[in-house]
Design a protein around this ligand. Sequence first.
Ligand SMILES: C[S@@+](CC[C@H](N)C(=O)[O-])C[C@H]1O[C@@H](n2cnc3c(N)ncnc32)[C@H](O)[C@@H]1O
Length: 299
Amino acid sequence: MSYREVTLPVSEEQAELLSDALMELGALSVSVEDRYGDTAQEQALYGEPGMPPPKGAWAQSLVRALFADEAQADAALAALLAEDILPDLHDVQQSTVEDQDWVRLTQSQFQPVSIADALWIVPSWHEPPATDVPIIRLDPGLAFGTGTHPTTRLCLEWLARQSLRGQSVLDYGCGSGILAIAAAQFGAETVVGVDIDPDAVAATQANAAANGVVVQADLPDAVRNARFDIVVANILSAPLKLLAPAIAAHVHPGGWLVLSGILDRQADELIAAYAPHASLQIDNSLDGWVCLAGRTHSS
Ligand SMILES: C[S@@+](CC[C@H](N)C(=O)[O-])C[C@H]1O[C@@H](n2cnc3c(N)ncnc32)[C@H](O)[C@@H]1O
């Protein structure tokens, strides 16, 4: 069995109208994605404090609609033209999508990941490797962080190089809780994860419990006046810059601040934004991303 996929490049304003129209016209599913996803031009749609609320689509979006067959896809496109929702079929593409075991296919994309020979991240459907190093059991879910993304990996590698015994660690923007769980498994005494997304807070709580470690997960307000020996924040350049005073204020004087989610070309700007609070340097880079680390000023 196969399906017919129709792909339409659209502007932000058109994305919702077109998605609704495609569903009305019998699409089995419709998804909207960043036309420039996974490139240097990709856009984040976070609702950051002090910034406009998140939008429903990207400036240049791709709408993908799945139809039962080619005839239904053609009929839907004809209706969009007749209704003047589409001016022409110039940039519209169609392709055949073979039916597959989607669960198995998704699972096959998440293999066990080894971090610096110091940690394994293993999905629940895989046998854990025979190893002496800590293992995090983690499945992809609603919250970001499976260990496969370079920004997460860079933070995990930094944590793996530290001696965390007796240290307090804050994972700012904890997503799945992967960094917080790793810190706890590496021996940190107190570990807290905060996130503006309640789904991420719930995911961190569930993942920490599933891995048998104690991580306190909450919304950022819960740690308003708290300080830690180490703060790791894997967010993105724009929010990291905006939050510089707030994030830096969570680090004890002379403690470590580790920032990720930063493209190579954004490193200097971030180092400058944090200069009043900490002496950051590029710790490591991977696939165009850098991780910055440094100690906060002593007083
Ligand atoms: C790229 S994910 C990182 C997840 C995980 N820490 C990792 O390294 O894989 C960024 C996370 O930061 C959260 N986030 C974004 N802006 C934030 C903010 N202003 N305060 C707290 N969390 C934020 C997002 O909801 C998301 O879960």
